[in-house]
Design a binder for this molecule. Structure first.
Ligand SMILES: C[S@@+](CC[C@H](N)C(=O)[O-])C[C@H]1O[C@@H](n2cnc3c(N)ncnc32)[C@H](O)[C@@H]1O
Length: 310
């Protein structure tokens, strides 16, 4: 059945739904005053991920990856390795999207249990369905909930991962407090996160950095509270009581290779809504240095001390 019924002069409901969705996309993408809250943003993006075999929503770690799916998996593995994920662990995954990384970790790292918290109801439903289809609902417990107000007891998880989501949280600092509370002493946290780069260099370079960060922050629901560079991030983890803190920029293995791959594989953009695909093609005309000038991408890791100093 097509959207347009040839026997009718009027547009069918399906077609008018499609038109409404396109208008919502155009409003989000091109109206500078339109900002969406997290659930509205991900409701709009829906399951139209650019990955082919999965529904990952991250930019990927491209060191050895050859496509977006393998880059997304490599980023998931990087975080699992960073927390030393091991058989028997209780893992908390915040901002789990459609739970692809949970399915992968369950298979490759065999934690005893994964609890997921996600703020977007529509994703929770799809993710639960996918986990149930693989018979893993016992092991992967996907919940609707916020990373900034976790409905979990103190000291109840061994490892905590935030895969490309903490920049959204209101605020990241509140999340770090909650993470510290629910981690057991000796527990590890790993975060793949997007930060602004400090505005430095010539006036033109500063302008490029501010513009690229400003656009991404406005369109992808990043609150002002989370806009600080690596040294401030480090200080917040330290003030929060964490130790063995390490924050490493991995931006060279994220933005430029993703840009290069998308330029060479524009068909991947056809998996997005046509309006989003169009905007992405426009963006890809810019060189990666300009497009991502203001964006850092970090892997942050830390440990909750075994003995708390009060
Ligand atoms: C860019 S997506 C990443 C999804 C997934 N980790 C992946 O790599 O495919 C960001 C995710 O963070 C979730 N999110 C944003 N704010 C949240 C919050 N306060 N608490 C829990 N989840 C949140 C969104 O619903 C979305 O699933």
């Amino acid at each position: 059945m097509t959207d347009l019924d040839p026997t009718s002069a009027s547009i069918t409901p399906a077609a008018s739904q499609g038109t409404k969705e396109t208008l919502r996309y155009l409003n989000w993408l091109f109206n500078p005053f339109q900002r969406l809250e997290v659930p509205a943003l991900y409701d709009l993006l829906s399951t139209r991920a650019a990955t082919e075999r999965a529904l990952y929503l991250n930019l990927g770690f491209w060191q050895d990856a050859t496509d977006l799916d393998s880059a997304s998996e490599a980023l998931a593995d990087l975080l699992a390795d960073a927390v030393h994920l091991a058989p028997g662990d209780q893992l908390l995954d915040v901002g789990y999207g459609f739970a692809d990384q949970d399915l992968r970790w369950a298979e490759h790292y065999q934690p005893a249990q994964i609890i997921g918290l996600n703020l977007t109801q529509s994703q929770v439903e799809v993710a639960r369905q996918r986990v149930a289809e693989r018979g893993l609902s016992e092991q992967i417990d996907l919940r609707l909930g916020s990373a900034t107000a976790m409905d979990l007891p103190d000291e109840s998880v061994d490892k905590l991962i935030a895969l490309e989501c903490a920049f959204h949280f209101r605020s990241r600092e509140q999340f770090l407090r909650e993470a510290f509370r629910v981690l057991r002493p000796g527990g590890r946290i790993a975060i793949a996160d997007i930060l602004p780069r400090p505005a430095q260099g010539s006036a033109w370079q500063r302008f490029k950095r501010k513009t690229s960060w400003g656009l991404v922050a406005a369109k992808f629901s990043i609150p002002w509270d989370n806009a600080y560079p690596i040294p401030t991030y480090h200080a917040k983890l330290k003030l929060g009581g964490y130790e063995q803190i390490n924050i490493e920029s991995i931006r060279d293995q994220v933005y430029a290779p993703l840009h290069q791959w998308l330029c060479a594989h524009r068909s991947a953009l056809q998996r997005l809504h046509p309006a989003a695909g169009f905007a992405a093609k426009l963006a890809l005309r810019r060189d990666p240095e300009t497009l991502f000038a203001g964006l850092d991408y970090v892997l942050a890791t830390a440990v909750k001390p075994m003995r708390l100093v009060r």
